[in-house]
Design a protein around this ligand. Sequence first.
Ligand code: GLN
Ligand code: ZN
Length: 762
Amino acid sequence: MSNIVKSSNLGYPRLGEHREWKKLLEAYWRGEIDDQKFHETAKSLRLNNLKKQRAFGLDIIPVADNSDYDHVLDTIAAFNLIPTRFGSYDRPLTLSEYYAVARGNKENVAADMTKWFNINYHYTVPEFDNTKPRLLDNRWLRYWQEAKEELNINGKPVILGPVTLIKLGKLNGEYVSSPEDINRLLDQILPLYGQVFQELDEAGVQWVQLDEPSLVKIDDDSAISPYQRVTAYLHEIAPKLNVELQTYFDSIDTYQAVVELPVQAIGLDFVHGNGENLKSIQQYGFPEDKILAAGIVDGHNIWTANLQEKLDLARTLQSLAPNLWLQPSNSLLHVPITKKYETAASAALFGGLAFADEKLQELVTLTNALNGNQDIDVFEENKRALKALNDSEARNNVNVQVAIKNLSKQRFERQSKYAIRSKKQDDILNLPLLPTTTIGSFPQTAVVRAKRAAWRKKEISDLEYQDFVKAETKRWIELQEKIGLDVLVHGEFERTDMVEYFGQKLAGFFATQNGWVQSYGSRGVRPPVIYGDVDYLEPITVAESTFAQAQTDKPVKGMITAPLTIVNWSFVRDDVPRATVQNQIALALRQEVINLERAGIKIIQVDEPALREGLPLKKRHWQDYLNEAVYSFKITTTGVQDETQIHTHMCYSDFEDIIDTISNLDADVISIETSRSHGEIIAAFENAKYDKQIGLGVYDIHSPRIPTTIEIEDNIRRGLKVIDAKQFWVNPDCGLKTRTEEQTVDALRHLKAARDVVLAEL
Ligand code: GLN
Ligand code: ZN
């Protein structure tokens, strides 16, 4: 009665099980291999990924989802849409031309990168000014043919849709959003997609996956017209080619309009988006002549799916849409490849993990079950594995759970209002006007990294490593004193990463051995896995901070990472709400903050750089998210006396729309990145009548260039036009861990000199 269900994938991770892809790119950049060797190796990696997917029994295998760097860059390179400072072409770009856009060259800095929707992946930002679009390379056909010829796989080319491509890019420095601009750019670009589709159609391609994730961000039917235009045009030009219109990362608010678009399959996310896609199908039905490509396995988290629950969901969907494919909710690019190397995980945790390969197996298992071929053993084993993890000690920490229950009985506020406590802080700290400080980290030089690597490999003892960190801290305390800064930092030499470090010291976290995901280009990250109740085991940063404080009479600022940032940059358990995990972390860090205070640390900075980038895709969810952020920040920071000064730091400048939240954090001092967009941010603070203290970043730390004293003076003076000198701190934009020692010292000398000049004018 019901039709055969198929399994389908949306994209496979690029990095390689042992990061072969990363190593390939970097070897090429170092000039160790030539173009030919690069292409040969890239091809074998690509084919290997396809073979693997086929071996799992997947019915529909994506092709052309591979990349030599980033899929947005691939798309703009294929259509001659690269920023024009990198040239304009009438033939496919060579590898070195392609990498010039990605990484910059002698003449040009790299094209801008920014975050891909709400995922920690960075794409190349298109700049459409003066581009002359033309099709240089039908890479989609090329890779389809390769899979067909080499492996006899009739793959599904994945192509980033034109509307999303346009919306991800900029015109005159602003993201494209007006209907006129979108239409004008479509006039130029759509015919090229037409050409691609026509060639695919003629070659006998059956399915193409047209990714239009920007559909999840629109909330009224009037914004659907560019998508209508695109799908109608492509259908007309390539009538035999079946199109899967793919959305992901959230539900769609324009369901009725989307399912009527002239395509053959609609890809929807049934993992994210609060079940709204399911409600829409239940309410409005699904067109009989279309395939529902249902994303039912989480494509951006790493937990084993509850197969019985997923099967029930799939059955419900099948009853509403008899033509069904089962898919991950989004490309598996955003999860690591296989869990098989995670030998350090406990049995309970291991059983609960599912990386890309395990997810594909889940999809095939579910598809078989729907087709009347249920592997009872696998379902039983799945049930046992989930139960083992849920019953594990790590997930049943009674103390933590009681503390979470009792949260509602407590008020997380500072003892006194800002006006009162700031006086007490002033009396103790005795800082000059326009105090100078830095954001926390100092250069993680080759020497620092080599020592840490040696320690990890057990080539040097714990003691030797600790002594090294101490010596480095001491040296930098002296350097800061010599420069004449007012509030010093210990330098974060003990940390590779501001989230990983805390994960290593708190219960409930697991550090993977091989859980790499692509962050940008060849760069991989291994997000910590938060799998259990988070608990405070022992002081985390107290020894480093007090050691540093003992070297100087100036105040040393303690330095921790705030709960939301830790959550956003980790893989988080999905059996409890994210806010619960965030609050558990907050309760643990509250103890750390109190311990720092007890140990004599008078200023404590709680970094929250991920606050803005983690904003939900739909604006209607912003307020809950922001409230949760404020709440967990306050749990962390309100355990201290009035006299202790709480700082926070955020590294972005675009926050007009969240300035209330920033004020609600009730931090005594906030430092923010501003040197790249001074005007707007200052106006934002002026409009908000911000009453607490602010450190506006007075120089850009992302560049090796050393700012002049005059430039910094100007930046300080500009800030002082709208912010009272009593509220104003002088600091760089962000941490200095990527700079050299020389750059850091010189820049900070200029910063101090500039402050002195401006101070004398007051
Ligand atoms: N304290 C951190 C540092 O200085 C802050 C980093 C960040 O904002 N991303 O490196
Ligand atoms: Zn920062």
